[in-house]
Ligand binder design. Sequence first.
Ligand SMILES: Cc1cc2nc3c(=O)[nH]c(=O)nc-3n(C[C@H](O)[C@H](O)[C@H](O)COP(=O)(O)OP(=O)(O)OC[C@H]3O[C@@H](n4cnc5c(N)ncnc54)[C@H](O)[C@@H]3O)c2cc1C
Length: 436
Amino acid sequence: MRVSGFDTIVVGSGIAGLTAAIKLQRAGQKVLVLEATERPGGRITRIIRRNGDRAEAGAQGLHSNYTEMLGLIANYGMTGDVMPTGRKLQYLDRRGRPRISGSNMDLARIIGVRGSLDLARFWTQYFTYAKPFSQFELSTDIPEYDNVSAAEELRWAGRNFTDFVLRPMSWAMANSKPDKISMYYIVNGLRLRMTTKILGLRGGIASLPQRMAQDLRIEYGSRVQSVLTTSGSVDGVLLEDGRALKAKHVILACTAGAAGSALPEEFQYQKSFLSNFTHTPMPLVFFFLDRPVKSEAYAYMGHGYREATFNMAVNHAAKTPYLVPSGKGLISAWPAFPAVVELFGRSDTELIELAKKDLEDFFPEFPAAIEEAQVVRHHWGLARYEPGMHRKVLDFKASAERLKGVSFAGTDYDSIHMESGIRSGQRAADRALRGA
Ligand SMILES: Cc1cc2nc3c(=O)[nH]c(=O)nc-3n(C[C@H](O)[C@H](O)[C@H](O)COP(=O)(O)OP(=O)(O)OC[C@H]3O[C@@H](n4cnc5c(N)ncnc54)[C@H](O)[C@@H]3O)c2cc1C
């Protein structure tokens, strides 16, 4: 039996779904949000310890040019909660020695004359004379950046640029390696990295989706199995518990893979594209230490000289000290694609042991200072923009415009930033309001 009554059903209460739902509700629509888990926020989540120490366990920070996200924060009276985050990075050089960088000048010192010249060339070619594109919406065809991997395009660069800029950027922005991501990803990521500040929220980034959710009708623990159609037009959803809910419009704001599963065979092209959307699963290992870490750095980048599985780490006590009142080291270990695919199937104990070993190079305190370890798994993690992906997403978006009664919202369709998810949610809401 179908229960009727909603103007729009939004599937998923991540930042994209919440944004869409809020916009529609403010426009006077009757909106229902269906969320498979028991909390809002999706990939914005945190880990909390009994002593009150917390760490971002999903999205790590918002960039100072996330204008729509900062607007949302202001809307909820939370601007006073916007906090700076740690700025110092620690690299390991080819001999395994730590090198600290807190500014572009520090970086210039580390990469030397040749590295700085390479960086200047990069800047001129890809910023000053760059092909124009939006940082937060994938809407322009740029084959020059899309069809080539970052490693291939930047093969002219010397070792220091590769070790201290390209490889760490690929790890930090994409959890991947330069030969596995398109040039578009690197140009977009480096532009953000070098021209913006990274910010946090006093209560953790999750405090924003939590606040947004308070104003909405959300059914938690409600997994959508499929969308329903009549004469080729979407007009509702079927939940796993057997309920069928009817609406004039459905916004699929779940991950791309989940959207693919929900689409019926009659939307074969879109279903196939979404079901095969490349993504990087992410198991993060968190270590709670019994003492502070001596270095001021918040992020630890491994590179050229080592090929470890967990080659990047964050000390949350230095990155977001306002979330770690004890001041003790709270370290997360980050693996990357492609190793991460096999890693995801391993047990927590195996992951903890692997990460512990890999992080010894970064933290002299390891393993003696570890009090507790926990694993946080993101099955979907990040969308992976390999060469050619950009064009495929554009084709998908064009085809999705022709579908009736359904829109897609989510960061995945516009790269990896929360800001993209928010803007995507706004566009999906506009489409629902137009009666598409
Ligand atoms: C470890 C990590 C670090 C990151 N760091 C940053 C960062 O520093 N800065 C940044 O801007 N971004 C970062 N991101 C990316 C950012 O977190 C995400 O892109 C963004 O939060 C995704 O929002 P979304 O609404 O598109 O999707 P999601 O947050 O994934 O929301 C989708 C929701 O749909 C629900 N759902 C799925 N299937 C169904 C179903 N069948 N029925 C009902 N509900 C369903 C899910 O439970 C989820 O709540 C990071 C991501 C990860 C994983």
